[in-house]
Design a protein around this ligand. Sequence first.
Ligand code: PLP
Length: 343
Amino acid sequence: MRHLLLPSAVFLALAGGLAWHGPAAAAGQLNLLCSVQDEWCSLISTTFARTSGIKVNLLKRGTGEALAQLIAERANPKTDVWFGGTGDPHLQAAEQGLTLEHKSPTLPQLHDWAQRQAQQSGWRTVGLYSGPLGFAYNTELLAKKKLPPPKCWKDLLSPALRGEVQAANPASSGTAYTMIATIVQLMGEDAAYAYLKGLHRNISQYARSGAGPIKAAARGETAVSISFVHDAPGEQMQGFPIATVTPCEGTGAEIGSMSIVKGARNLDNAKKFYEWALSPAAQQLGVAAKQFQLPSHRQTPLDPRIPDFRQIKFIPYDHAKYGRSAERKRLIERWEREVNSLA
Ligand code: PLP
């Protein structure tokens, strides 16, 4: 079971087929690659289609998989806009010249972290939302097993949690890469890999997408998940006994990002979507889709269920360093070699 990847490469075929299609220069279309959760992807695409009259072809991919798709399409890009997913792979896409330089007039109205993300990419991406990494746990399952909720990274190594933790696979999931980069920055690299090897003993499986483990914890399939804590209110709203905590030693936050693809066939529509997606009205759709990240536009009204960043101990996450292609490749390869290959 341990190395099983969840079969969750989800294609959403809204207003289109199972892949990009349509005449290359067709006006009135947008090929949207989306790396947030399915419900949010659907809501932004249907709302934009309805309000703009532009037909949206939506393709859903985890952040690491989306980057792989843009690399594969490099010679003949099919995607116009890449919406959401952790910021590091967006920075790598920028570094590799896969995405277009674009300075939105809305930039000054965004939070500093979102503007910094744009600046660090040479204006080839922009911050859409931010969210802290932490743990989610099934309160009923832990109580039944008489286990205390984990509070710190070190608690996840407890032998009592053998087979009771789920995380995602960093090759396909931006959430999991954020986890590795966070632990490396927190502990130093060698200690981080020693930690990840210890954690591996307690992991039942590495899911393909970061969205999977918290759903498994909510449904009682695992006691604990390593997840973005902003995913919890959506599960709670469905009545699942799930709670979250951010680790006592400190944690990282993602800067969920958005990029326009270089060579986009529907560039005008891509720019229209991009501006709309940065507006408070569009950013509020996250909450409507039960997603509780902190939106990047300062004027987006804040739902009280959005995590209070002032209460969380953050590490000074170096997005520029850990957003570099070579660094991501090296850390993921080391994880495959030293951690995922263990029995
Ligand atoms: N879903 C939500 C709510 C997120 O915040 C993110 C990251 O931006 C993702 C999904 C990305 O998932 P993955 O870890 O599969 O790349």
